[in-house]
Design a protein around this ligand. Sequence first.
Ligand SMILES: O=P(O)(O)OC[C@H]1O[C@H](O)[C@H](O)[C@@H](O)[C@@H]1O
Length: 545
Amino acid sequence: MTKLTQSTTWKALQAHTSQLPHMRELFAQNPQRFEQMSVKACGLFLDYSKNRINDDTLELLFSLAKEANLTEKIAAMFNGDVINNTEHRAVLHTALRSKAEQEIIAEGANIVPEVQQTLAKMAGFVESVQSGQWKGYTGKAITDVVSIGIGGSFLGPKIVSQALRPYWHAGLNCHFVANVDATSICEKLKGLNAETTLFVMSSKSFGTQETLTNTLSAKDWFLAQGATQQDIAKHFVAVTSNVAKATEFGMDANNIFPMWDWVGGRYSLWSAIGLPIALLVGMDNFKALLDGAHQMDEHFANTPLPQNMPVIMAMLSVLYGNFHGSQSHVILTYDHYLRGLPAYFQQLDMESNGKSVTLDGTDVDYSTGPVIWGGEGTNGQHAYHQLLHQGTALIPADFIMPLQSHNPLGEHHDQLASNCFGQTQALMQGRTFAEALAELSNSKLDEPQKALIAKHKVMSGNKPSNTLLMDKLTPTTLGALIALYEHRTFVQGAIWQINSFDQWGVELGKQLGNDVLERIGADLDATELDSSSNALVNLYRQGKL
Ligand SMILES: O=P(O)(O)OC[C@H]1O[C@H](O)[C@H](O)[C@@H](O)[C@@H]1O
């Protein structure tokens, strides 16, 4: 048994949560519940009153956080301590959005100047591409950017660009290629003109199979369109922490934008990995995104735990995962521009907290990261919300919505908002058997049929949700929102005593995949694997069933 589950607070939470009344009752008992259980920070408003909590729950949760030395752990991250203990690295994505005058030390040196230099290099490049000064090999301005990267070098740029669509520079379009499936790059290249296309290759390690293969195919396509080797420098740039490897690959040294070991892939959109975003929305908007995140960093680092938005959200997630047996968490964005955010938060959280041993290598005896999934409202209401309302799994939900739309049109936004709020209300209050029966009072059904239908209409309610609002989706509010979830992920990892910043679990599959690739390449029958893997490889080699 680890110390965590043996602690008095852990045991008190176990006893306490089983005794808490239904949320309907909690709301009835306390008319101040909304005022007491909502918080505003950095342009975001969080209503967390529709959760299975009362004052005692919160007190116990914050005690758990204190016992985990959360405040000290937050300070250690911001200070550049080597908290990623398995890769011996500091975790300083917060430095990427720091102010120029700050001093942040990693491995004995102030890293803020190099962050600022890279931002300046990005600014010069963005200006030159947007203004048309940067010319392709036939003297034409760039019209299309193809961003090649995967994982953290893909999801951040793609989802933030999608979210900031109203801020795009006229005349530039961006296409994202991640999958090694050739269909992805082939479909993206269809209709593009090599003379006006710029490729941004993003890979922190410069060693990721998918990204290298896609970049080589992009280069072949480019040359096949009539361009020459000398033209490559006008059409290919790279973002990487492995500048030597990028140069060796043939990237022009002037076209390489650096990043650093102390930035984790899934936390890297704030670095030059965000170049596609900056190309689309301009450097001022990119800096506004950084500023929003910086505001959330300040809030997170300096606000007492009970008013600290990321801490509150994290502790609620701990509550459901560890004390209510919940294994999944759903993100519901009531904004079409934010439709990709669940996938982004999925990588952020699941790659960070999908761990089974503590920092010192002890097996955990409690749940860690839940399955994160979701989609855009109202679409999900006509699909998977059924399970949220009446399924057997408890799935806490985050509803995210801007108060103002970028596309005000008739009654659309009022309808969107009413659906959002209506869903959280339905999840919380549910519908009792008596209420369901009363709704059927005018129906022509006989009494046993009414009772049967009423039984099927019963919704237990007491289903938790957070509602996160912002005035409008802007680069600044988006930056704050993403940083909020980054810190929420960090806090959960701190409570569970795990390393949220490595990802060893992705390695074995890559390794075995490479072995299989060698066999396929050598055109050899696989015989030495398990019978299933041997047969699959051999079926593939035969190419037909
Ligand atoms: O940026 P790269 O080095 O190409 O890495 C791309 C991605 O691949 C890895 O497998 C990791 O799981 C991700 O965290 C990372 O973002």
